[in-house]
Write a protein that binds this ligand. Structure first.
Ligand SMILES: [Zn+2]
Length: 299
């Protein structure tokens, strides 16, 4: 298959992924992709890399899921340039999987990265380009975005530029995986009011991103509707760690206004969180809740 043909297939696969029924995908669904009347599964069940017959470059890579509370393997693999790194398979640069990834690098072909979000479930990140190969460090450099793809070495001397690259990595990878994992843990319901419309929900951080313990892991997250997320972040709403009860700031309790204020905020005062994960490991972390509540009380 020529590079041009390979690119066409990749574009078709990515357009098909755009139409996926939900954010996360599983092996079975990925096996149903068809191109030119042919079934071409997008994931290899045995291997971490997918390279269909007749193709020399990798089409997709896969990272298995990390249980809540543990850091996924890619989490601390962001370079000083802000770009994501991806470890070689094994320590042999000429392992067939590494060769197939290198082929995608030299032919500038986009790949799909399936990042595990739960057992058997993946968040597809695409298009991803391989923009660097470091045999000594046994890793590739990935671009998760067009701006990263056209990474400028000269501009990279500017710390703001590197910070911008790192922010893109967070948005395109870490925050998306975090959101999907939090939505799964909370079954797409607001922890505060139980609202169950994914479009109206966010994955809120207990400890803000960038702070110590602010990692994008489920125990540092809470599914919250837009209003409650904003109320939580602006210290209108606090969560008492001891009994997971909700507290509304006094000046808001004293206010007189319409139904959103009354039912959406004031009525929440003293109630307990309505929705929590079933898995203990996914529950909001008590130490983080304590730190956050202290901050709320200081408002
Ligand atoms: Zn809510």
């Amino acid at each position: 298959m020529s590079d041009a043909e390979s690119l066409m297939l990749r574009r078709a696969a990515m357009a098909w992924l755009d139409r996926r029924p939900q954010d996360r995908v599983d092996f079975r669904w990925l096996a149903s992709f068809e191109y030119d009347g042919q079934r071409i599964p997008l994931m290899d069940r045995q291997r971490g890399i997918r390279k269909p017959a007749g193709m020399s470059a990798a089409l997709a890579i896969r990272t298995t899921f990390t249980p809540p509370g543990q850091m996924p393997p890619y989490a601390d693999a962001v370079g000083v340039d802000g770009l994501q790194r991806y470890k070689y398979r094994g320590s042999d640069p000429d392992h067939p999987e590494n060769v197939a990834l290198r082929q995608a690098f030299s032919a500038k072909l986009p790949i799909i990265w399936f990042v595990g979000v739960a057992s058997g479930w993946y968040e597809p990140i695409y298009p991803v380009w391989i923009v660097g190969d470091a045999p000594r460090e046994l890793e590739f450099t990935l671009a998760l975005d067009h701006a990263q793809r056209h990474f400028d070495e000269t501009e990279a001397r500017d710390p703001d530029y590197r910070m911008y690259m790192a922010r893109l990595t967070k948005v395109r990878l870490h925050q998306r995986v975090f959101r999907t994992q939090v939505m799964l843990a909370y079954e797409s319901r607001c922890a505060v009011c139980n609202l169950g419309h994914a479009q109206l929900l966010d994955a809120a951080h207990i400890i803000a991103d960038g702070q110590p313990n602010g990692e994008p892991v489920v125990p540092n997250g809470l599914a919250m509707c837009k209003i409650h997320h904003a109320a939580f972040d602006s210290k209108i709403l606090g969560i008492r760690p001891d009994d997971l009860s909700l507290h509304i700031r006094q000046d808001i309790l004293d206010e007189v206004d319409g139904p959103m204020l009354r039912h959406g905020l004031q009525d929440m005062h003293g109630r307990r969180l309505m929705k929590l994960p079933r898995s203990r490991r996914a529950l909001p972390d008590s130490a983080r809740l304590h730190a956050r509540y202290e901050d709320f009380l200081s408002a």
